[in-house]
Design a protein around this ligand. Structure first.
Ligand code: SF4
Length: 367
């Protein structure tokens, strides 16, 4: 059943970061960024693998030093997810990152300095045929623009972005995407709405420095979902002061909620009340953790009693309707003869979900 409204995506050019297509109707990709010291090669690789496990399409790695560029070269050879090198201030680090295998660069031309240096970076990007992201942030606007607008307003941010876009045009370079981010949700929305009408490149969206898990998730969801539902945004990053794995999970939850892209188990769970026949919150928490490796999408309802349990279970792939001591299990809307002991719900549901995933994977491989 399609419960979602259709969203008309804004048309844009397409670029590729490694094997991931961005723009021109490609699936909206989810990025995150490592927060290890890049020089700590093992920890950085470990974190990239954890990010990939929960579905990160692309991972960004910051390159603040020459040691980080050297580490990047080793890291790149050890992982199979496309990597973006994040560069600020030093154009030489950008060039070395390109030489060390970056699939894309993220630069803020405003802090790279003069046009000659930016041109050098672009020449190397052309040589290796890799794209770049022009990232404009409210915290690092060019002085003259800030002076003109007095404040990093949406128009000021767009003017900065367009200045960079026009400069790249003069260099005959079109393989780039653009982002405008602020920590203010409405400024970010407004700036991206204006930008989306002025450029043909893909747009990377996000609310920068959004905060901790709860606050950051709420801000990001409001900002990103507003833009996505207007068709704006080709790739996204949730910025949380938290384990970056959470960023990827929140990103998927936003895309799942909007019906744009699905991944993993979509739990439909009740908030619980005194009618609950088993500990719904604990069951959901444990299953979320156990099943985060699953990429195939599936609705699973876990409802504490029969008030809503039967109705939800009937429209989910798998569902539990809580009942005294033993609860009813539904598969594809059909109630199963054998009830599940309430203390076995987590184990039994995991078995059932994995069985169903294996079957769906086989069907899609055979197709
Ligand atoms: Fe309470 Fe049942 Fe509603 Fe869950 S479904 S909140 S247990 S009444």
């Amino acid at each position: 059943m399609n419960r979602y409204k259709n969203i008309n995506r804004r048309k844009s050019n397409r670029i590729y970061i490694g094997n991931i297509a961005i723009g021109n109707n490609a699936p909206i990709s989810i990025q995150s960024m490592t927060n290890t010291h890049t020089e700590d090669i093992n920890k950085t690789i470990e974190q990239i693998i954890s990010l990939k496990r929960v579905g990160a399409d692309i991972v960004r790695v910051s390159i603040p030093t020459l040691e980080a560029v050297a580490a990047f070269s080793v890291i790149k050879k050890s992982v199979d997810v496309p990597l973006i090198a994040d560069i600020h201030f030093d154009y030489r680090l950008a060039i070395k990152s390109i030489k060390n295998g970056a699939d894309c660069l993220r630069i803020n031309p405003g802090n790279i300095g003069n046009k000659k240096r930016i041109s050098e970076i672009i020449n190397h990007a052309k040589d290796k045929n890799i794209p770049i992201r022009i990232g404009v942030n409210s915290g690092s606007l060019e002085r003259d623009i800030l002076k003109k607008y007095k404040f990093p307003t949406p128009d000021a941010l767009v003017e900065s972005a367009i200045r960079h876009v026009e400069f790249l045009d003069t260099l005959n370079f079109s393989q780039f995407k653009v982002s405008i981010k602020t920590s203010d949700v409405f400024s970010t929305i407004k700036a991206n709405q204006i930008l989306s009408k002025k450029i043909t490149q893909p747009i990377h969206i996000g609310i920068t420095e959004a905060g901790g898990i709860r606050n950051g998730t709420v801000k990001s969801s409001i900002g990103i979902a507003t833009l996505l539902s207007e068709g704006i945004g080709d790739t996204l990053r949730i910025s949380l002061a938290a384990d970056p794995v959470e960023e990827v999970k929140v990103g998927y939850d936003i895309l799942k909620t909007l019906g744009i892209r699905k991944r993993g188990i979509n739990f439909i769970a009740c908030p619980t009340c005194s009618r609950q026949e088993f500990d719904v919150i604990d069951v959901v928490k444990r299953l979320e953790k156990k099943l985060e490796d699953i990429s195939i999408s599936m609705d699973v309802s876990i409802i504490g009693c029969i008030v809503n349990g039967i109705g939800e279970a009937k429209i989910a792939s798998l569902g539990i309707a809580g009942n005294s001591k033993k609860s009813a299990l539904y598969k594809d809307g059909v109630r199963q003869k054998n009830k599940i002991d309430n203390k076995d719900i987590v184990d039994e549901l995991e078995i059932q979900i994995r069985k169903k995933v294996a079957l769906l994977e086989k069907l899609s491989n055979d197709a």
